[in-house]
Design a protein around this ligand. Structure first.
Ligand SMILES: Nc1nc2c(ncn2[C@@H]2O[C@H](COP(=O)(O)OP(=O)(O)O)[C@@H](O)[C@H]2O)c(=O)[nH]1
Ligand SMILES: [Mg+2]
Ligand SMILES: [Zn+2]
Length: 296
């Protein structure tokens, strides 16, 4: 019989496909048919099976998106986890990850964890900054079990990737959400050594999947053109058409709606700084690639 399902794991020459009838173990047969597609964790597939235990992948549905490192497809949301303290939030890293997600058609959201460590109101400031920019923000304390049900509600019917610096509490949150004991604590030294080879596994929750993305924070924005960067900052994109010049970079042009919004506090300084920093970096990469010519 034929069953639809999702590849949740690929290991040792097998793919594990989650279906309504349970998990079917499918043998990996290299590239998929003539279109040269390698079955990937996250793929929606059709499986042929006779005993509901083992089977083979017959068809792979067109992917919504694909991350290469780690290799996962069809991600709906990138949930960026930051800690309000220990480690300190790194807004330029958060902004970079939001850009990478948007470029790949993945919705970005923010989870500010360790709210129990906040005594200065930093959690609310960070929340306001990202909500103003147009993102959903969740405040949690895995330690105290706070904010987890609101976060959980957001994961329904979606595949959500959790990403963020080591030590922010991803595993702690995912342990509570999935009920599966995940390794927590000071694993930074181990993770650094093996982040590129670690297997990704989608973990099933009610009507959705979640997974941890070791190494995601090391991704770079290199495949983006400087001139398209604004499309990946919702609060900048929204104002782009109001600037005097078409193709305004929102850095040095006069009558710029973005700089106006920055001046009156509608756009946060840290988000704008991230934009400028990335813009300049991307412009340099492109110039270098084009042999020093002036192209964007
Ligand atoms: N105070 C506090 N500590 C937390 C919280 N969440 C996680 N931790 C601790 O932070 C450390 C790193 O957590 P872990 O889940 O391994 O982070 P990961 O590297 O992002 O997976 C562990 O010692 C956790 O006990 C929280 O909400 N509050
Ligand atoms: Mg972890
Ligand atoms: Zn402008």
């Amino acid at each position: 019989m034929l069953l639809k399902g999702t590849i949740i794991k690929g290991i040792g020459g097998f793919y594990y496909v989650d279906t309504n009838e349970g998990i079917i173990e499918c043998r990996a047969r290299g590239k998929f048919r003539k279109n040269e597609i390698l079955p990937t964790v996250g793929d929606s597939v059709t499986v042929e099976t006779t005993d509901l235990k083992q089977g083979s992948v017959k068809e792979i549905e067109k992917r919504k998106n694909l991350l290469v490192r780690p290799a996962v497809s069809n991600i709906d949301t990138l949930m960026i986890v930051a800690a309000v303290a220990n480690p300190q939030p790194d807004t330029s890293l958060i902004d970079k990850m939001l850009v990478i997600a948007a470029k790949r058609g993945i919705k970005g959201a923010l989870c500010i964890n360790k709210s129990d460590l906040d005594s200065a109101g930093d959690t609310d400031k960070l929340k306001e900054c990202y909500e103003n920019a147009g993102y959903k923000v969740f405040i949690t304390s895995a330690e105290k079990g706070e904010g987890i049900s609101e976060l959980k509600a957001e994961l329904r019917n979606k595949t959500t990737a959790f990403a963020g610096l080591s030590g922010v509490g991803k595993s702690s949150i995912l342990t509570i959400i999935t009920g599966r004991e995940l390794e927590t604590g000071d694993t930074s030294r181990i993770e650094r050594g093996k982040h590129t080879t670690r297997h990704v596994e989608l973990i099933k929750i009610e009507d959705g999947y979640v997974f941890d993305t070791p190494g995601f924070s090391q991704l770079e924005v290199e495949d983006i053109k400087a001139g398209e960067l604004k499309d990946y900052f919702p609060e900048i994109e929204k104002r782009d058409s109001l600037c005097r010049f078409r193709g305004c970079s929102h850095i040095s042009e006069p009558d710029c709606a973005v700089k106006e919004a920055l001046k009156n506090g509608e756009i946060s300084q840290s988000r704008y700084d991230s934009y400028v920093k990335m813009y300049e970096k991307l412009k340099m990469i492109k110039d270098w690639e084009r042999g020093g010519s002036n192209g964007k």
